[in-house]
Design a protein around this ligand. Structure first.
Ligand code: SAH
Ligand code: CA
Length: 220
């Protein structure tokens, strides 16, 4: 018994997965395919996908934003949890990876829910603001290039409605954020963002040791 967070040993992690993971067929297939790629480590963990599905259902989200698609696992997770008239604006710059994503979205029957924008996310986000879509998203997931995370956070905060949820991935950055000797650019940005969100009165927060660290920020 402890009032700390449990240290997840490989055995406990395996137990957690065996006793909670309900990964549906299209997600399992996509994960299997992605695992064969050298970049597979960028994909969110399956229990994180399931957690995000629960958040989407819990919040009754209909209109969501995703920054960083890769082969589409997080997008597919959210799409499957959205209602039939739900929409995701999904941002990425990589054609090859998002083509894989689109193939799996199609097979899973959710392609029509996803508006894929193949362009630097900062451009797409600025377009959304210019198109008057501020305060209109129910949910946003930030998981693209870490160097732009501060800007992605500000855009997401502008685009979600009051009561909308922003989910930020990789906030613990493999533990590097807590190691004083690690000072590369991405680690510094993540530290800066974590500090900024910690002090940000515009949101209610929770930082969770799920996957590589996930912060939930609810816009007040
Ligand atoms: N959420 C994904 C993982 C995303 S990996 C999953 O669940 O599998 C990060 C992604 O960010 C990559 O696909 C990369 O192409 C994309 N990316 C990097 N820089 C970007 C930019 N400037 N604009 C949009 N996407 C970017
Ligand atoms: Ca990630």
């Amino acid at each position: 018994m402890s009032n700390n967070t449990l240290n997840l040993t490989p055995e406990v992690y395996e137990y957690l997965q065996k006793n909670s993971l309900r990964e549906s067929e299209p997600l399992r297939e996509l994960r299997k395919l992605t695992q064969s790629m050298s970049t597979a480590g960028m994909q969110i963990s399956p229990e994180q996908g399931q957690f995000m599905q629960l958040l989407v259902k819990l919040s009754g989200a209909k209109k969501t934003l995703e920054i960083g698609v890769f082969t589409g696992y997080s997008t597919l997770s959210v799409a499957l949890a959205l209602p039939a008239n739900g929409k995701i604006v999904a941002c990425d710059i990589n054609k090859e990876w998002t083509q894989i994503a689109a193939r799996f979205w199609e097979t899973a029957g959710v392609r029509a829910k996803i508006d894929l924008r193949l362009a630097p996310a900062l451009e797409t986000l600025a377009e959304l603001v210019a198109a008057g879509e501020s305060d209109s998203f129910d949910f946003a997931f930030i998981d693209a290039d870490k160097l732009n995370y501060l800007k992605y956070y500000e855009f997401a905060l502008q685009l979600v409605r009051p009561g909308g949820l922003i989910v930020i991935d990789n906030v613990l950055w493999d533990g590097d954020v807590a190691k004083a000797e690690v000072n590369d650019a991405s680690t510094k940005v993540l530290r800066e963002l974590n500090q900024k969100i910690y002090r940000d009165e515009r949101v209610m927060i929770s930082m969770l040791p799920v996957g590589d660290g996930v912060t939930l920020a609810l816009k007040k």
